[in-house]
Design a protein around this ligand. Structure first.
Ligand code: ATP
Ligand code: MG
Length: 561
């Protein structure tokens, strides 16, 4: 795999070139696409790429995009997933209008087409046990061998297939296979399975069926029924395309869709396989599908990532035919870019250290004007209380500062944001030698943060007023995995980062944050972008860190990395 860099021409790609050519040549007038999730899990950021592509293309060409649930595997599919998928696609900013479909809508039609193939001598019922069938399929270097049931009569095939439908046989007893070519170079053409027996209740069709079409038999035919023109899927389906075409060509399909494949989105330090994500949830390694450390859309929403950031990210990655791994730092960069423009600034102290200004009058509170968002002058200012007792960030103080540490230390003067210059006079410690409090003085002539004599300080600290600040729990997230390619060593669970969640319970935030709506992004000055979590209540504020401020992606690019 190559490392992907931002597409040279975002919004232009080989898929759009193909569509342009199809329209120019008169092969298509309308553009119809579909997003076809299997409802066996929540959508993740990889799906966002497919959603943005399918819905985006339809929008650009004045066509339409269907949301179609690929619900052919009732043992793994659930209504909860259907509901979450609809919610997430809408949240991402797309609308399927009246075009909501289910592969299960077509079960009757697909069944008829299976009989059509049997009657045409192009499908047969096979009784071989699964392992034998697999063994006879051959390999990349060896051709397959014909099943002894391959030459059953047409009538016997029809009779058996109908009895399969009627529930006469147990799971796995028989399958319906296409009769193509057991020596085909492409293994997908070696008499692929079209129907299997599965006595399982389906979320939508209930007990009506006990045979279910395979993905290959359902997918292209559903496309044809819906008049899909461009069936866009990921590269792993490339080898299925000859079968896709064979089925369409051998059935009385009402339209002629074409399949095109593009590269999946892969992110380092992230797993995007639904199987793995399901395991994380089932095994309780995360709190649920929307645990903010997950790469699901539900988790990103909860974490405070705006949908526009996901769309921008997907656009900057582009659509290519070569597999690649995108740096998760590029995603975080897109999140920061978006939040920087829109989020209000607030002050919050994550790990508080008391700071007492001994020469500040007792009982006096000043209201200082603080800028809400320097990127958006219309957002105005707010008033924040300043008084004798404040909290500052514990890590902004060092008793014995290293040469590169310019923040607070004994006898050093720093600026308190929007306030005054203060100098540390005394460090109060407990019996164990732990720093408990800083005693400082302020210079009343430095209101607003500047000294009339022009003397400079090298650091500006954020702070909150001790009497006004509100306690809050703050959840800091680190990557869920500490290996760039989780699972490369065999067990992806072994690569879980034990420090992916850090919970701070002593934090203090400015009172304006008590009113922050769930999911509403704010920047905690000098700390990053945060939002109130689902668990937050007026009595107990809980904030998620969406993303920190340090942008390693922008930095790497600026230095030519
Ligand atoms: P998994 O392989 O993890 O089970 P999936 O691809 O089977 O996921 P589907 O519900 O079938 O999940 O996916 C719906 C659509 O989203 C498909 O067209 C699929 O190709 C696309 N898709 C899934 N993962 C990605 C990804 N990482 N990048 C781009 N598109 C993706
Ligand atoms: Mg799939």
């Amino acid at each position: 795999m190559t490392k992907e860099t931002a597409g040279a021409q975002p919004g232009r790609d080989f898929i759009r070139d193909i569509i342009d050519a199809d329209i120019a040549a008169g092969r298509n007038t309308d553009v119809v696409t579909r997003f076809p999730p299997e409802p066996n899990g929540y959508l993740h950021i990889g799906h966002a790429k497919a959603i943005c592509l399918n819905f985006g293309v339809a929008q650009e060409y004045g066509g339409r995009c269907h949301l179609r649930f690929d619900d052919t595997n009732p043992t793994k599919e659930e209504q909860e997933y259907i509901d979450s998928i609809k919610h997430d696609v809408r949240w991402l900013g797309f609308d399927w209008g009246p075009h909501l479909y289910y592969a299960s809508d077509y079960f009757e039609q697909l069944y008829d087409w299976a009989e059509h193939l049997i009657r045409a001598g192009k499908a047969y019922v096979d009784d071989l046990p699964a392992e034998e069938m697999r063994a006879m399929r051959g390999s990349l270097t060896e051709p397959g061998r014909n099943s002894p049931y391959r030459d059953r009569s047409l009538d016997e095939n029809l009779d058996l297939f109908r009895r399969m439908r009627d529930g006469e046989f147990p799971n796995g007893a028989r399958v319906l296979r296409a009769k193509i070519d057991m020596a085909a170079g492409n293994i997908n053409l070696r008499d692929p399975v079209l129907y299997r027996i599965l006595h399982a209740e389906h979320p939508r069709t209930g007990k009506k069926w006990c045979i279910y079409p395979t993905y290959d038999f359902a997918h292209g035919q559903s496309d044809a029924i819906e008049g899909v023109t461009h069936s866009l899927c990921t590269l792993e389906f490339e080898d299925h395309r000859p079968l896709y075409d064979w089925l369409i060509e051998n059935l009385p399909a009402p339209s002629r869709p074409r399949q095109y494949e593009f590269a999946r989105l892969n992110l380092n330090f992230t797993v995007l396989s639904k199987r793995f994500l399901t395991e994380l949830v089932r095994e309780g390694r995360v709190s649920g599908w929307d645990d903010p450390r997950m790469p699901t859309l539900a988790a990103l929403r909860r974490r405070g990532v705006p949908p526009a950031a996901i769309r921008n990210f997907v656009r900057s990655v582009g659509v290519a035919r070569a597999n690649s791994v995108v740096d998760v730092a590029m995603f975080e960069h897109a999140v920061r870019e978006c939040l920087n423009k829109t989020s209000q600034r607030r002050m919050a102290v994550l790990r508080p250290l008391k700071l007492v200004i001994e020469n500040y009058p007792i009982g006096v509170i000043e209201e200082l004007a603080a800028v809400n968002n320097p990127e958006d002058p219309a957002s105005g200012t707010r008033r924040i209380a300043f008084g004798r007792e404040l909290y500052v960030e514990a890590e902004d103080f060092m008793e014995h500062p290293s040469p590169s540490f310019y923040r607070l230390s004994p006898a050093r003067e720093v600026r308190l944001r929007y306030g005054y210059l203060v100098t540390c006079r005394e460090v109060v410690k407990d019996a164990a030698g732990e720093v408990m409090e800083l005693i400082c003085t302020y210079d009343p002539a430095t209101y607003g943060g500047n000294a009339p004599d022009g003397r400079k300080v090298r650091a500006t600290l954020h702070w909150v007023s001790a009497v006004h600040a509100v306690p809050a729990e703050i959840r800091l997230y680190n990557p869920l995995f500490n290996a760039p390619d989780p699972g490369a060593g065999g067990d992806f669970l072994a690569d879980l980062n034990p420090r992916s969640l850090e919970i701070l319970t002593q934090s203090r935030v400015e009172p304006a944050l008590a009113a922050a709506g769930q999911g509403e992004a704010v920047q905690f000055e000098r700390q990053g972008y945060f939002c109130a979590d689902l668990d937050s209540t007026p009595k107990r504020l809980v904030f998620n860190r969406t993303v920190g401020l340090r942008d390693s992606w922008a930095k790497a690019r600026a230095s030519g990395g």
